[in-house]
Design a protein around this ligand. Structure first.
Ligand code: NI
Length: 400
């Protein structure tokens, strides 16, 4: 049965390529994935896969139910593209000028459609349920949480996703146990000073001078207060103040992002930013307004589920197909929203030597498509066993 499904995947290579090229030439921005969703829905209908559209925006939820009782696995792909003018010259380039699949979500969507087909070819000869989640608005963050709010994770016991990754060899997948991607939260600070003529600074509480001290002092949080072995980032990315050469403005706006891999640091850092900003403002007779916005959490790969994906990859493609990712990325991924409902993991699909993601010459390598489909449709061969494995806590408890 495993061999049959693998053969189905290998035999449908041309179809995967055609699907991917169609999606690549018709990219749509976050929350505008109307035609992409319609295309996905048509493909699912052709396969005879039950699904509903319009979930959390343009999301599509599909489901395949096995004949035997079992757990429910979620498989997730994102569908949106980026506001980038494509510079590739092949014949399936973007036909939507200024919009481009520069993050490979065309590949992710194709892989999940391929998994749907492979699973459907089993005619229900598997245990449990596979929920396929075609998500809108990953790039702008929010699509995942909206789909979850509309029931995407209801009854799901574990969830799996992939991201195409330049720099990892074609034919290989990158895995990591534990933290894989960082949380991404944002902050805004308004320094309310007092404006004056630039020639009479003693009449002002200069918000630019105060703001500059805040920006500098914030850099001491990571370097002096956080354990260097626990990665975190505080980046100030906006500083707006003033309109003229000869006017000290009344206020300054500062904003930035915080990245962490651990929930504790995620809670702690905003408090430190607030104290530093308020303290410096108070010292210089300015007022401070601090706003903090919780974005996505960290992506934490469940070690047991990662074992399973690793086993699948080794058995199907050989030992060389598995690359241990040495450290987490401080980039964020809204896949984290699903992990608030169930354990799971995200792996990296090797794309080899292609341009970096989010650049105008990026392109997903078609040869990686079947390599992604196989672990994405793992459920049909040993998904059920995963749940019989001891949890990491249980394993730990067994240690002498
Ligand atoms: Ni992406």
């Amino acid at each position: 049965m495993i061999d049959t499904a693998v053969e189905t995947i290998r035999a449908s290579f041309n179809e995967l390529v055609n699907t991917r090229h169609f999606l690549h030439s018709h990219p749509e921005l976050s929350d505008n994935e109307e035609n992409t969703a319609r295309f996905v829905s048509e493909k699912l209908s052709q396969m005879g896969v039950m699904h509903k559209t319009g979930v959390g925006g343009h999301g599509v939820l599909a489901e395949l139910v096995g004949k035997r009782q079992g757990k429910t696995i979620g498989l997730r792909a994102d569908m949106d593209a980026l506001p980038i003018l494509e510079q590739n010259t092949f014949d399936y380039c973007s036909q939507n000028k200024g919009v481009m699949h520069a993050c490979g979500h065309d590949g992710h969507t194709t892989v999940l459609l391929g998994a749907a087909k492979a699973l459907q070819s089993l005619n229900g000869d598997f245990a449990g349920t596979v929920r396929m989640i075609f998500q809108p608005a990953e790039e702008t963050v929010g699509g995942a949480a909206r789909m979850c709010a509309e029931g995407a994770m209801e009854g799901v016991d574990a969830v799996l996703a992939l991201h195409g990754w330049p720099g990892i060899e074609l034919g290989a997948i990158g895995i990591r146990r534990g933290a894989m991607m960082a949380s991404a939260d944002t902050f805004d600070i308004t320094v309310k000073g007092k404006g004056s003529h630039a020639a009479y600074p003693h009449q002002s509480f200069d918000p630019i001078m105060v703001g500059a001290q805040i920006v500098t002092a914030l850099q001491s949080i990571i370097s002096r207060e956080i354990n260097p072995a626990d990665p975190a980032v505080v980046s100030v990315t906006k500083f707006h103040a003033g309109t003229a050469y000869n006017v000290i403005p009344g206020h300054a706006e500062i904003a930035g992002t915080i990245r962490t891999l651990s929930p504790d640091l995620r809670k702690e850092i905003p408090n430190r930013i607030r104290s530093i900003a308020e303290g410096i403002c108070a010292a210089h007779r300015a007022e401070c307004e601090f706003r903090y916005h919780m974005g996505t959490g960290p992506v934490y790969n469940d070690p047991n589920f990662t074992d399973l994906v690793e086993d699948v990859a080794r058995e199907t493609f050989g030992d060389k197909a598995v690359y241990e990712v040495p450290y987490a990325s401080m980039g964020a991924e809204d896949f984290a929203a699903y992990l608030e409902y169930a354990p799971g993991m995200m792996f990296r699909l090797g794309l080899g030597d292609v341009s970096p993601i989010h650049t105008p010459t990026f392109n997903f390598d078609d040869r990686a498509l079947p390599i992604g489909v196989i672990p994405m449709s793992i459920y049909w061969w040993q998904g059920a066993d995963y749940f019989k494995r001891p949890t990491s806590e249980e394993r730990h408890a067994q240690l002498p």
